[in-house]
Design a protein. Sequence first.
Length: 373
Amino acid sequence: MSVDLFAPLRLGQLTLPNRIVMPPMTRARAAAGEVPTDMMAQYYKQRASAGLIITEGTQISRQGQGYAWTPGIYTTEQIEGWRKVTAAVHRAGGRIFAQLWHVGRLSHLSLQPEEQAPVAPSALVADGVQVFIDPQRLGAAHGIGQKVQHSAPRALATAEIRKLVQDFAAAAENALSAGFDGVELHGANGYLINQFLDSGSNHRTDIYGGSLRNRLRFLEEVTHAVANAVGPERVGVRLSPLTTAQGTTDATPESTYLAAARLLDKSGIGYLHIAEADWDDAPPMPVAFKEALRQMYSGVMIYSGHYDRPKAEEALARGWTDLVGFGRPFIANPDLPRRLQLGETLNTGNSALYFGGGAQGYIDYPYLDDALG
């Protein structure tokens, strides 16, 4: 079956003009107080031709922060900052979801309230997994940071987990107040929801650990609470099956993530976003597993991870997905959909400027018309 990458698609109440998604990418440009800036509004506006933009990870609370200069969505100032972003994107004809993020154990004492230990399902350290901090604690978006081993976490009490569920729901309501079209729950890449899902990072013995059913409980409760708060059609969930990102491992990953997909299908959410491993020598996700995921989840699906146009068109044609995320290419190509459609050469991104800093390597990449003169 041939599916055009540039054909429209209905997502809830939205009509996406193409199947190209700008997936979440941490850029670490927020100002003091983790407030989104005018420069961030410009960055997202430049990329509004994407069928859908999903923002960088946006922490739901101070406790949820794991890296310096990442934006939040839990204070009035942060909501006002995001309102400028969404207004700019909408004026340019775009559609934008906020990715809601709690990093769990992947944080540092210097980023936590009163320098308390980060929280996690279990008090386990992911050895060698680093986070990006501001060693001078200047609170400005200068981007001169330092990577350090994440701090040892403490295990969450059961009552605290219930409070975290409500923090996600409150953040979703804040996102709609800020003008977002919807929200994505970050359940991938080794962060809090992922830490509950995977057996290697969840050694709990209460209702949130042990059996697969219990390890799925946090994902289920957060999804349910957020869907109740903003409507299921405005909710997406991102998962990273079969990867071992940032220290999370599972004894039976295929069974775990097929069960998660089935659970999310029953929830009626707007989409399921699958993050494939995207490093150069990463093992490919087996075709049989992709087909099984599609059987488990009947709604709109997004795949992201090292995609180019031929790979995206194959995924659409084979029915694995409905939308395709192009990550790093969007950094250097604000008009990526047009470049892909015309078969034009892509700009190359400067990886040294991906995280932190100012306008350079952020909002100064040329459009195709600029290159053609």
